[in-house]
Ligand binder design. Structure first.
Ligand code: 9Z3
Length: 311
């Protein structure tokens, strides 16, 4: 019998540029095959309502968790594959997103000629980020690939897993993207813009649980970390534990929608414990991802040491 996930790939055509992404992935892994490599997924997926897409279902994810974490993994010496939703936050450039960038600049006019300078109070901050970014570029340690739709994400995820598999326990999958649970199959989707002459009836189907083939078939020896998002505190830990029991991966980072930037719970087979920022840490601009990543890196080292055997 064809499984749900196989059916999904059979019915949703591969993105036109997938081959190009696969060749970038292959090249990246070849260059870093003696290193620890992390796949960070980030941002939300869209679910188109029409083939000629005017409208789609989307979600809240800004890509903060993923982009911030990617930088901390780089600090720990990892090579990073950053698979993100187009137009969501990216490592390094996230520091200059929106108006904050313009506020860091000043105009200076000399002999009637305007020029742009960095405001002195931001020079240190910008140069620190720029310095790290240039170094990472030089070392070629960051590969960025992007998606927009759910189908693009799932195709890229599978290709990335296949590229990572030879690294065995040296690969971490850090699945922070907010992937839609519902979609409209390609063959049920309207070709053209849905008419507004009457209220449409739209039937959404369940997206196959991709962690299942990912853990059991695609990267069976890798260190897989999934994320669980809830809005009802009472469900958070039990749902995270259900996922661990079902997919048998290594760890779940559980978070609540409204407190995700200051509090998460790390859920493993044996225990669960919180990672939190205090009010003063938040005020000082500390990022919870620094602690999450440091914790995972320690666990990943132990995992590699035990040759990928789950204890
Ligand atoms: C997360 O839980 C991430 O931490 C957030 C980060 C998406 C909340 P932002 O991008 O938010 O910083 O704004 N990601 C996973 C969410 C998810 O869809 N998980 C699925 C679930 O909970 C399982 S893979 O069922």
């Amino acid at each position: 019998m064809v499984s749900n996930w196989e059916d999904f790939y059979a019915k949703n055509p591969r993105p036109a540029d997938l081959e190009q992404s696969e060749s970038l992935l292959k090249d990246f892994i070849r260059r870093h095959d003696d290193r620890k490599v992390v796949l960070v997924t980030s941002g939300g997926t869209t679910v188109p309502l029409e083939h000629n897409t005017v409208r789609f279902v989307d979600n809240f994810s800004a890509g903060t968790r993923g982009s911030v974490s990617a930088e901390y993994f780089l600090d720990h010496g990892y090579a990073v594959i950053f698979l993100h939703r187009l137009k969501t936050l990216e490592p390094f450039s996230r520091h200059f997103a929106g108006h904050s960038f313009l506020n860091m600049l000043d105009l200076k006019t000399e002999n009637g000629k305007p020029s742009v300078i960095v405001s002195p109070e931001y020079t240190e901050q910008i140069s620190q980020v720029l310095c790290k970014y240039k170094e990472i570029l030089k070392q070629g340690k960051l590969l960025q690939l992007n998606f927009t739709t759910l189908a693009e994400y799932l195709w890229l995820l599978r290709s990335t897993c296949k590229a990572l598999a030879p690294l065995k326990s040296r690969a971490i999958l850090y699945l922070a993207a907010a992937v839609s649970d519902f979609y409209i199959p390609s063959n049920e989707m309207s070709v053209h813009k849905i008419s507004s002459s009457g209220p449409p009836t739209i039937a959404l189907h369940l997206v196959p649980k991709i962690l299942e083939p990912l853990v059991s078939l695609w990267v069976p020896e890798a260190f897989v970390v999934s994320f669980k998002l809830e809005t009802d505190e009472n469900l958070l830990i039990s749902k995270a534990r259900d996922a661990l029991n079902k997919y048998k991966h290594y760890l779940v980072v559980a978070n609540m929608l409204h407190t995700r930037k200051e509090h998460v719970v790390i859920v493993s087979r044996d225990d669960n414990y919180p990672i939190s920022l205090s009010k003063s840490q938040i005020a000082a601009g500390e990022e919870i991802e620094q602690q999450i990543v440091a914790d995972l890196v320690k666990k990943h080292d132990a995992f590699i040491g035990s040759a990928g055997k789950v204890t």
